[in-house]
Ligand binder design. Structure first.
Ligand SMILES: [Fe+2]
Ligand SMILES: [Fe+2]
Length: 269
């Protein structure tokens, strides 16, 4: 990696870390009003959703493996992985606490669930480091959108504690999205045509980890329904804001199969 990029990555990480330390630290012990749980009726669907997202967050060891394998020798990106992993670790933990403290799952059920989840493996979907940075950017924004819709659902059904949990997690996911957008912008400065080609490719082929991890097509489509993400929402809430944040339009993206350097605009994005 050239010196300029290395230094830019470091500054991007320091900005991310400073914001995190100064404005975004929270923990499941002090920052959730667990006593208020008594006011809400258990809701089967909300519990299943919380369990599913808890499960997706539980593949953290695989996400970290992939990240460290690709970026472990780059100071800024390795330190990001460490900090990011700490933040992500709280996401499954707080959802697990919610399921237990609300009386909707027993300790034993939760341990069995963790065993089932961790017996599977998430494989990273792209080989190239830059494509994985782009994938991270899209994945984080997708999770933000998912948690935002779950928060609305929880608020609408009188589950204030769960809504607050989704608010805290969603705020982390948005911070992760912004960090990745910053990294992708630096890649664009460094190699615009190559990065645009990678961006077009990842936007066209992106799948949520849950889609890869849930083998049963029925469970998969139930999950996609509960997340509210379909191709229209994907374009409107994920592709659109991503391109905007990068100061791009879909016309900047090369068409499938076109050689790098010749954007035509005829893409799905
Ligand atoms: Fe997360
Ligand atoms: Fe995240």
């Amino acid at each position: 990696m050239n010196k300029k990029l290395r230094e830019s990555f470091h500054r991007a990480y320091m900005t991310f870390f400073e914001n995190a330390e100064r404005t975004r630290r929270w923990n499941p012990f002090n920052d959730i009003d667990w006593d208020a749980l008594d006011a809400a009726e258990p809701d089967r669907q909300l519990a299943v959703n919380a369990e599913t997202f808890c499960g997706v967050e539980m593949f953290l060891p695989d996400y970290l493996d992939a990240h460290l394998e690709l970026f472990g020798r780059d100071y800024a990106q390795a330190w990001f992985a460490a900090n990011w992993g700490y933040e992500e670790s709280k996401h499954s933990l707080v959802l697990r606490e919610y399921l237990h403290r609300s009386g909707q799952r027993t300790e034993e059920q939760l341990h069995d669930y963790a065993d089932t989840i961790l017996s599977r493996r998430w494989e990273r979907p792209y080989d190239s480091p830059r494509q994985m940075v782009i994938y991270g950017m899209i994945q984080e924004l997708t999770t933000f959108v998912v948690y935002r819709s779950q928060r609305t659902l929880a608020l609408d059904t009188g589950h204030a504690v769960l809504a607050d949990i989704y608010r805290l997690i969603g705020r982390d996911e948005m911070a992760h999205t912004k960090f990745y957008q910053h990294m992708v912008a630096l890649h664009l400065d460094e190699d615009r045509q190559g990065t645009l080609a990678d961006l077009a490719h990842v936007l066209r082929t992106f799948r949520m980890p849950a889609e890869q991890l849930l083998p049963d097509p029925e469970a998969r489509s139930a999950l996609m329904r509960s997340t509210g993400i379909n191709s229209q929402v994907y374009l409107r809430d994920i592709v659109g804001p991503t391109l905007k944040a990068l100061h791009l339009t879909r016309h900047d993206l090369p068409a499938p199969g076109s050689p790098p350097g010749r954007p035509t605009g005829e893409t799905r994005g």
